[in-house]
Design a binder for this molecule. Structure first.
Ligand SMILES: [Zn+2]
Length: 435
């Protein structure tokens, strides 16, 4: 299947060894965060950046949500055109047959989905008030899974929401039912960030051994352990003989205290004592775009990167005290575990300190031409230039921030897809108080 690595991933790479893959969920879990969100253009830029980083899969949104429809379809067209050439784009839906059907109807090009349902007694009681029992949860999941397969979805993941508060017995039964009905992976969701790395390792290893099913690891950071839990879970999966798929978000953005941070998780796998240099990580991953990706996500979410953020924080490679500075200058390995160059850092950045023409929703053609000339973009005609300008204005209506170079280049390069991404159409709604 072309450049996509999906099939290879299921066998754990070409050599048959089990591996760790990354499924980034910024564009699904990250954007459902209270008080934070992204414009559809910004979500698109993140998919392009995740592709540049060689991330295996981006859970890029909600195919049953109507305002996502154009964005989702347009991003799947970016895959068809090779603009996103590696990263698979997958949707998140509730494990309800009608939702799976709606996803197929609204986003016909969608290939990959995860279907999600709560499995803990707490949530079964607390959400459904006795309407459903655990056996009903399995039936709902199996029905949704069967519909998904009939509708042509491939490589389907099944999510156990609140898995960390679900008994081993129920979790194994749920996983085996999913496997028997053709699911590719079980997503173990620590929805409340309740687990610890020791518990996770034991539970995931046991689940892997009991079911021989590949496992996705989804950890929240409410107790500050999301990255430790993710890598411990991945080790449990590998030691249990299956592939691991860690769910991350860029800069750890996510509900409440966030999710496992993408860059930190990759660094923890590659650089910590846990795997001790063993090549367990998907070898498509390229950290050279890490710095750029973290910076863009920070800009788009309008949330600063903490100065002490691993790898991409301003202080991640800064030294001041006499002993540390002297030691780092003599040999970087004295006080640096990994190199800033590996993360795409070290290049000077040009910051405009004089006149600065920016583009926004009220820009005119002169400023527009000035900015695009600096980007070395030429237009075939006056009509084309004015059309791109109009798209840039619409884009700024949705982002409400000065458009950055990559966004401007994207719009000039894929104007038809930019138009689709920027099109939000609530006209199907029949609300009308005037009648
Ligand atoms: Zn989550």
């Amino acid at each position: 299947m072309s450049a996509h690595t999906g099939d290879a991933a299921n066998s754990g790479g070409g050599d048959g060894r089990k591996r760790i893959y990354i499924v980034d969920v910024t564009n699904r879990d990250g954007v459902q965060t209270s008080r934070l969100g992204l414009a559809k253009l910004e979500k698109t830029m993140l998919n392009m950046l995740l592709d540049e980083m060689g991330i295996w899969q981006s859970e890029f949104g909600f195919p049953t949500t109507r305002h996502e429809r154009n964005y989702l379809q347009a991003n799947l067209e970016l895959v068809e055109r090779g603009a996103i050439h590696h990263t698979r784009l997958s949707g998140w839906v509730r494990a309800v047959a009608s939702d799976v059907r709606l996803a197929r109807e609204l986003v016909p090009k969608l290939k990959y989905i995860n279907i999600s349902i709560s499995t803990s007694d707490q949530m079964i009681q607390g959400k459904w008030n006795g309407r459903y029992r655990f056996a009903d949860v399995i039936n709902l999941m199996v029905e949704a899974l069967q519909v998904a397969r009939e509708l042509g979805f491939e490589d389907i993941g099944v999510n156990a929401e609140d898995a960390s508060r679900t008994s081993d017995e129920h979790l194994i039964a749920f996983t085996l039912a999913a496997k028997e009905h053709g699911a590719a992976r079980l997503r173990y969701c620590d929805t409340l960030g309740y687990n610890d790395p020791f518990t996770v390792y034991d539970r995931i290893r046991n689940l892997a051994e009991e079911t021989a099913m590949d496992i996705e690891l989804h950890f929240h950071n409410d107790l500050g352990m999301s990255i430790g839990d993710s890598v411990a879970g991945a080790k449990g999966a590998l030691d249990g003989g299956v592939n691991a798929y860690i769910n991350t978000t860029i800069n750890g953005m996510g509900e409440r205290a966030g999710n496992a941070d993408l860059v930190s998780t990759i660094l923890a796998i590659k650089k910590s004592t846990l795997f001790d240099g063993e090549e367990v990580l998907d070898d498509s991953i390229n950290l050279m775009a890490a710095w750029k990706t973290a910076k863009y996500a920070s800009y788009a979410f309008a949330v600063p990167i903490p100065v002490n953020q691993p790898g991409v924080g301003d202080n991640a490679f800064a030294h001041e005290s006499g002993i540390h500075a002297d030691g780092a200058l003599k040999s970087r390995r004295n006080y640096e575990l990994y190199d800033y160059e590996e993360l795409g850092r070290g290049e000077p950045e040009v910051i405009e300190t004089g006149r600065n023409i920016t583009l926004g929703e009220y820009s005119g053609i002169k400023g527009f031409r000035n900015v695009y000339e600096k980007l070395e973009v030429e237009f075939q005609s006056e009509v084309e230039a004015r059309d791109i300008l109009e798209l840039v204005r619409y884009a700024n209506v949705t982002t409400q921030k000065p458009l950055v170079e990559d966004e401007l280049l994207f719009i000039a390069r894929y104007p038809d897809l930019a138009r689709k991404i920027l099109t939000l159409d609530p006209s199907h709604l029949k609300v009308d108080k005037s009648v």
